[in-house]
Design a protein around this ligand. Structure first.
Ligand SMILES: Cc1ncc(C[n+]2csc(CCOP(=O)(O)OP(=O)(O)O)c2C)c(N)n1
Length: 302
């Protein structure tokens, strides 16, 4: 039946999202909007969260939400915030928030994000990082980690997956002198939600980078998303940190890391890695942690 042929009630509009089972991105968006509340206004570029959230008439956003061009997340949230202010219609508790994937943030959307931070627009930008262009079929982005198999970085007897290192978005954003930036993981949801709440209380541009595993692209069972999102933090390949008023703080500083090999071997995208590849990934991790422990404020190791 065509949508014009019947009257649609509010309840009929909200049927939930169409994301894959176990989607880490959907979990991140849901948890963030829970914290930000019904007044928050969301904008989402081309990517999984817009493709699976706006299947009219089966919408999943109870908040005001709109799709943006792929490159334009930060520009659109800037415009929404400025427009509401100009009309005198911005409630105090209305956060304007953008949710973009790693491709939409670190590649095509980077210029718009950099401009918003430069102007210190009063918006919150959340990058849900599933480490590839998932919506279009698992192509490498600049946040795909070394060794990962994607459709554009294949793995086999002559190919060893992604050969580049993950771009460091958190420090790139911090280098702008942004009022607040943080890293998070959907495996540590309370920490993520605390950071969203804190970000919403700050005036100016805020950026949160949340690791959001993808069972389809990473190659693991749909019930393991939270476990994998914890493992990446526990093995030290991701870290929980904040940048505020010019200072970096590590939130967790483990005495010992969990096994990198176990984290990698839980996922089909890393199955091909040889011992020397894993050793090189561990070396990169150790160098990063040495730097963070030396240069950032860190709690004592626990
Ligand atoms: C200008 C432009 N180029 C390419 C596309 C096609 N496209 C739509 S979604 C997408 C991938 C998005 O990847 P990412 O931002 O990482 O989000 P995810 O799909 O992983 O949620 C691409 C390439 C587009 N919509 N617009």
């Amino acid at each position: 039946m065509g949508i014009n042929a019947k009257t649609i009630s509010d309840n009929e509009l909200f049927f939930g999202h169409k994301a894959c089972a176990g989607c880490g991105g959907a979990l991140a968006v849901r948890a963030a909007l829970k914290v930000l509340g019904p007044q928050a206004i969301a904008a989402l570029p081309a990517g999984c969260m817009s493709a699976t959230g706006f299947n009219f008439p089966d919408l999943c956003f109870a908040n005001n939400a709109m799709i943006t061009p792929f490159a334009a997340t930060a520009s659109v949230i800037t415009g929404i915030e400025a427009g509401l202010r100009a009309q005198g219609r911005k409630p105090d508790d209305a956060t304007v928030v953008g949710f973009a994937g790693d491709g939409g943030t670190a590649d095509i959307g980077l210029q718009a994000l950099s401009g918003a931070i430069d102007r210190n627009d009063d918006v919150l930008y959340i990058c849900y990082d599933n480490e590839a262009y998932m919506n279009t079929g698992i192509q490498k982005s600049s946040l795909t980690p070394f060794g990962a198999r994607t459709t554009t970085t294949p793995a086999g007897s002559h190919h060893r997956g992604c050969l580049t290192q993950k771009k460091n978005m958190f420090e790139i954003v911090a280098a702008h002198g942004i009022p607040y930036a943080a890293t998070a993981s959907v495996g540590y949801l309370n920490d993520f939600m605390r950071k969203v709440k804190h970000a919403a209380s700050i005036h100016g541009t805020k950026y949160i980078h949340v690791i959001a595993p993808c069972p389809t692209g990473w190659g693991y069972g749909v019930d393991a998303t939270v476990e994998i999102a914890r493992e990446i933090v526990d093995c030290g390949l991701w870290y929980l940190a904040e940048y505020e008023q010019g200072s970096f703080t590590l939130n967790r500083n483990p005495t010992e890391f969990a096994s990198v090999e176990q984290y990698l071997k839980h996922q089909g995208r890393f199955k091909h890695l040889q011992d020397e590849d894993i050793a090189s990934i561990e070396q990169q991790r150790d160098a990063k942690w040495e730097y963070m422990r030396d240069c950032w404020t860190a709690p004592s190791r626990a």
